[in-house]
Design a binder for this molecule. Sequence first.
Ligand code: GLN
Length: 304
Amino acid sequence: MNYQQILKDIHQAILPYAQEGKQADYIPALARVNPEQFGMCIHTIQGRTFPEGDAFVPFSIQSISKVFSLAACLSFEGDELWRRVSKEPSGTAFNSLIQLEVEKGIPRNPFINAGAIVLADVLLKHLKHPEDDFLRFVRALAGNNRIDYNPEVASSEQACGYLNAAIANLLKYHHNIEGEIERVLHFYFLMCSVEMTCCDLARAFLPFANHQKPFDFDGIRLTASQVKRINAIMQTCGFYDEAGEFSYLVGLPGKSGVGGGIAAIYPKRYAVAVWSPRLNAKGNSVMGIKALELLTTETQESIF
Ligand code: GLN
């Protein structure tokens, strides 16, 4: 498959959508990002890389980090984790409070904010130096030691993070947070602030596409079955209340973030990442979804 040419053609084909949507503005630092950017990168399990456009520009991965924190939590807790967070699609926005109240502090899944705030609490319990340890894990996955947090983005979000603070308080009220709320939120925002390029992300997601190889990065180990199940949760919950639409249009497990990034995997073949800051009403990248829809349509490669 000539992925390089396919990505080039996709880039051309999606230009008419370049002005659709707007970047996340509830996080002031993200509102300042130049929205006129588009990058994409495929990394195959044979080790070939196909970059296109702004594939080497770092951006805020935001909720894509939730896949990394889920991987780490599962390696520490195994199925115990599911006592504190479910694995059903929410059908609600990523930052919704309503369901959490009705369901008494058990988040629907690890990929909505409530679920990931519980994951942050779990990681704080297990990691000796949480900030350093999490970063080392992500760097090992991506094979790039220059990957880092952007503390400015994290504090910009924390300063206006009223909704996430409300979620954390509700979780704490229901005894689903053990640590101090301030500490948990600080770590949660920091994990969201990690900056990576499309090529970093494609490489970091490759182990999720590659069941045959053991998953073991900086001491975080998962069985092939656990990796497969993380993919299942990406498929059903990776795009909040647009998970069904993404499945319908693209047909790959994936995860989005409000920085405009999306990472997805084609099991046993490749991982792909795409980035463009303008988001639709559900908080997912407009051009990102369009590009992935074209990729799986043109190549006729999807899990279905
Ligand atoms: N940091 C963002 C938040 O908590 C992450 C949300 C997202 O990427 N969907 O609101």
